[in-house]
Design a protein around this ligand. Sequence first.
Ligand SMILES: C[S@@+](CC[C@H](N)C(=O)[O-])C[C@H]1O[C@@H](n2cnc3c(N)ncnc32)[C@H](O)[C@@H]1O
Length: 204
Amino acid sequence: MPEDHYFTAVPASDGERRTLHVVLAGRELEVETAGGVFSPDHVDLGTRVLLRSVPEPPATGDLVDLGCGWGPVALTMALLSPAARVWAVDVNERALDLVRRNARRLGVDNVTAVAPQDVPPALRPTALWSNPPIRVGKAALHELLGTWLARLTPDGEAHLVVQRNLGADSLHAWLHDGLGCPVERVASAKGFRVLRVGRPASAE
Ligand SMILES: C[S@@+](CC[C@H](N)C(=O)[O-])C[C@H]1O[C@@H](n2cnc3c(N)ncnc32)[C@H](O)[C@@H]1O
């Protein structure tokens, strides 16, 4: 499905939603997905590589899943850190609705699913995990990451998964040389790289 559908989808009707059996945070769970969101039939391979490579999320504070889709990353953070506040952010209303439904279904009460413009401006995440929307194009991706990485707390960390064939290494170079962030490749598997990224030196 072309990525522009992600930006226009309205919440899925009862008939459009389907259940999916997944393993998140080491637990076998049933979640709801629907067409019109990213990877509705399984947990995406890149997302699985990310979730295998990240450290335990901070136990408290604000944690962000940037580009949450139906929620595999945000739900994992929330299950692992029940005392933290998890912000699941996406431009796709259908995805946000599915995250809310999935959080309710799993009895998780610490996820807030919001559009980017509804994120409190003062939010300063200690951790940001993302399978970012590479297909929005380089300029939009750089703007998105520049905005979000500058919001990290001084010792906050982002973990980003990017497909090697979709420019992981040039993104790594831009994050370091262009944005001035500390960056380390912490995993490379199945054609994906996972980058650990700190706040840009220029951030207040
Ligand atoms: C590669 S998908 C990852 C989805 C989900 N995290 C997963 O692992 O299945 C990227 C997501 O970013 C979302 N997205 C696109 N532009 C965005 C933006 N400006 N801000 C936040 N999310 C955005 C897309 O709608 C899509 O759901």
